[in-house]
Each structure stands twice: as C-alpha cells, then as structure tokens.
Design a protein around this ligand. Sequence first.
Ligand code: F6P
Length: 358
Amino acid sequence: MLRIGMLTSGGDCQALNAAMRGVVKGLVSKRDDVEIYGFQDGYKGLIYSNFKMLTSKDFSGILTLGGTILGTSRQPFKLMRVPDKDGIDKVEAMKHTYHKLNLDCLVILGGNGTHKSANMLREEGLNVVTLPKTIDNDLWGTDMTFGFQSAVDIATDTIDKIHTTATSHSRVFIVEVMGHKVGWVTLHAGIAGGADIILLPEMPYDINSVVDAIEKRGKAGKRFTIIAVAEGAISKEDAALSKKELKEKKAKKKYPSVAYELAEKIQEKTDKEVRITVPGHTQRGGSPCAYDRVLATRLGAEASRAILEGDFGCMVGTRNQEIIRVPLSEVAGKLKYVDPKASIIDEAKTIGISFGDE
Ligand code: F6P
C-alpha cells in the first residue's frame, strides 16, 4: 500500500487542481494500491486530523477547475511552533497525524510560507514532496510557479480594457496589480498590456520621474497614461526610511492601498484626472490558462515519479523549460525578486516604458 497525504496551503491560485490531478494520475498509472488522504484547508487539516479519503475519480474532470478541491488556509510559519489556544502543539500534532495514518509521503502545494513549514516537517523526519504554487512567482528555486501566467493574463486583460476609457477621457489610470513583495505579475502584465509606466517594489520610484513621464506623454500628444503599479511598490523617499520611521509615517496617513497614495501624489503635481482600478482577487480566480495547465501537469507528473522513487525532501520546479527537483532546504525562506538589471527591464525601457527610477 502507498499512502499519500495531500494538502494545499496559503493563498489559492489557478491550476492547484491541475497539479494534484497530475500527481494522482502519475501514481495510479504505476500502482494500483494508492490511498490518498486529502487534508482540508491546508496545514489545519493535518494539525486537526481533518481529512477525506479520495480516489483517482476525485481528481478526474478538475484540470480546468479554479481554486482547490481541498480548500486552503494561511498558517503563518512564525506561529507554527506556538501552541494554539487549546494548547495543541501544532508541529507535534502534524507529526502525530502523519504517523497515525502511516503515511508514506506528504504532497504539499504552496508558496513561500508553506515551503518553510514543509521544510520544517522534513527536518522533523517526514517524507515531503512539494509543488510551487503562487500567482506571485516569488518562490526561489523555480523559474516559474503555476498560477503566475493565469494572473498575468487577467491583469493584462484589465489593463487592455482601460485603454479605451482612458483615451476617451484623457485620464491617468493606475492599475494596481497583486504580487505581495515582488513585481513579477506587474512587470509582465504591464508590458503585455502596454502600460506606459511600471512601478515595482524592486525599483523604488521617484514621484517627480513619474510625473515627468506623464507630462512627456502629454506633450507628445498622447491623451492618456496607464500606470501598472505593484501592490508592494514603494517610493524612493519611503525606501530610505527605517522600518520604524515608515511605520510611523503610515500610521499618520492611511491609504487603502499603494494606488491611492500614488494617485494623491500625482494629483498634487499635475492637473490630470486620475482614476484607480484594482482587479484584486480576480487575479487568482477562475480557470487556469493553458500555460499553467501544462506546467502544473508536468510538475505533478514529476512529483509522482519522485514519490515512486522514494526521492523525498524536494520541491519540483522548472529551470530553462526543464522540470527539476530542488532540495527543500535550499528553497525554504528565500524570495525570488525581479532583478532591476535583468534584460527584460532594459528592453522595456528601450521602448519607452518608465519605471519611475531615473
Ligand atoms: O500570495 C498571493 C497573494 O494574492 C498576493 O499577491 C497578495 O498580496 C495576497 O496573496 C493576498 O492575500 P489574501 O488572499 O490573504 O488577501
């Protein structure tokens, strides 16, 4: 008997179901004695032993389905070793569930925080194989995470649609794109959607440079400017502050999000009408794009091979279009940022896109 526990943790994204389907199809094509324990709502299911027995049928017909059939939740890593309010030691509880069910391996699908916890479980002696999910694409050790391309498509579609109304009204539009502390989704959607200004957390912006870019467009006879701003973008001025100073500044003047702060600054310096669009969680919703379906299927298939070979303690990722296994110990706790010196930034600048950093 091969007993596999499976869970999805952290913010959901497209192609989680496609990835799990890949794992299960890969396993049952080689073994007819596979038992699958689907833990509900991420690590919570493992902690409180809340699971469903699943068969390969449960993974049929879900390739195109958004969300996760297992449910998910956020379990902050820093709280993992802190007993919950019922006094339950979460790490011991997870180990207990694993051993009680006599599991051979846990398949864990998640982003950064999830990988830290997965690595901790590996250190505690559990067999773990992970898959990189997140729209943010910020997971170290893989070129691409599934969910990213689908989110880029949705954010791009939002920027596309803004063009006509921005032109009609001769306005400055700010589209705020998800991505947590990194700018991958914004960078790609910004280029794909033809944004004029792209602001990323990795490249703190100077408001005067942003305003210059807007005015330059006006002088060139362009009726509108579209700014794609990452939700984690920061001005040069704020980036120079200490954590404490920044906290104090933010407490004095609260903005709903970065786009509102940016809009106010632009409004103070130009006579342009400024509008804000925030696609928000739509970027994580709906059916995965074709790219993500292929990626998630390939990653899932390779995860099944790793399990059948008994090669545990790894994340299955991609490098240069190839599927690879990366030791979890190398992945955990590291973020993958956009490199401001990357050629994609250079190419974008070459065609006149401003990053507000000059
Ligand atoms: O990590 C994925 C992500 O969508 C980020 O881009 C965003 O900052 C965050 O999750 C939103 O989290 P929540 O779903 O908890 O609001």
